[in-house]
Design a protein around this ligand. Sequence first.
Ligand SMILES: [Zn+2]
Length: 392
Amino acid sequence: MALSGTNQEQARLLNRRTVLEAIRQHGPISRADIARAVGLTTQTVSTITGELHERGFLTLTPGKPKGRGFPAPSFEIAPDGGFAIGVSISPRGLEAGLMNLAGDLVTRRTVDAPRLTAAEAFGRISELVAGIAEGRDEDKILGVGMSMPGPFGVDGMSFVGSTTMEGWTETDIRDGLRECVPFPAFVDGDMSAAAHGERLYGRGTEFRDFFYLYMGVGLGGAMIFNNQVMRGAHGNASEIGHIPLVPDGAPCFCGNRGCLERYFSMEAYDRRAAEIGEEAWLAEVAPIFRAAIVTIENLYDPQTIVLGGQAPATLQARILALAEDLPGSLGARSDRTAPRIVASRAGSDAVIRGAASLAVSRVFAPSGDIPTPAGGQPAPDLFARRLEKVTP
Ligand SMILES: [Zn+2]
C-alpha cells in the first residue's frame, strides 16, 4: 500500500504540473477545455485549478455570457504568482535577474568581474541573490538557476579557452551554489539553460523538436527533442562549435583544426570583420554556416533551427539571409511548413532567462526534464510543499 500511495502522490503532482502547463500554453482556457486537452476529468481539473488559484499561480476571468449558455470562467497564469532567480556566470563576470512566471525579467543586475575564482564568485552570488530577493515574498521564489560554460569533464577541452572558466570544477560550482543561496539551486550548462528558456518562453510554443543554435563568444547549441533538452551521457551533447568543418583550417584551443566556432561565432566576427569588413566576413562565412545547418539537420532531423545569441539584430538578420539558398539535407522536405532556420524569441537575455527557467520548470514541466538540484539529492517537490501550506 505504501508503494501505491507513493504512486498516487506522484500522479497527483504530475497532474498538477500537466494542468499548469496546459494553462501556460493555452490560457485563457476553461476547465472543460483543460480537461479535454490533458485527458483528465473536469472534476479533477476543478480540484487542481482550485488549489492553483488559491496558491496564486492562476488568475480567473469570469466568462462572458453567450446566448443562453452558462458563462465558463477561464484561467491564465498569474505572472506574479511565482518568481525564479537566474544567475549566469562567464569569464567576464556575473549576471543575475528575477524572472516572473510569464518569463519577463523583472530586475536585472550585472557584475563586471573578469576571471573570478570560485570563492570570490560565490561571495558575489550570495550578495546578488540576497539583493534581488530583498523585500520580496520569499515563499514566491521558486529557486535559483545558474548557468555556466561547458563542456564538463573533458580532458583538454574543459575549462580552457576564451569561453570557459579556468581553474573551476563542476563540483565546486554545484556545492558552492547550494551552500550560498537559501533557495533550491539548479546548475546547468549555459547552452542547455538557454535552450530550456527558448523551450518555455520562446519558439518552444511553436516547435517540439528544434535545434537551438547560440552564437555567443563561442558557438554552442542544444537539441530540444519532444520538448526536452537532449543533454547526452555527460551533459555535453551538441558541442557544435567544435565540429571540424574546415579541413586543415585554423587551429582551435580544443587541439583540433578548422572548428566551426573559429569561423562562426561573435569572437570570430569581432576578429575577422575588423580585418576585412562585415560584408566580406559574411561572404567568407556563408559556405561554412550553410554546411553547419546541413550537418545539424542531417544529425537531428529537427522541425527547424532556432538561431539565438549575442549578435545585434541587424547582423543576425544578415546571417539568417545567408540561409536563403541552402544545400540539400534531411531538412529539404517538400512538406515543410516552417523555414529551415528562424530567429530566437529570447533576445540577448537568453542565458539568464534560461538559467531562471531551470527553477521555473519544476512547476511547469509536465514530465521529465525537471533538473536535479545542485547536490544531486532529489528535491522535495517545491510545488507540492507550497500547496500543502494552503490545503488543510
Ligand atoms: Zn575546437
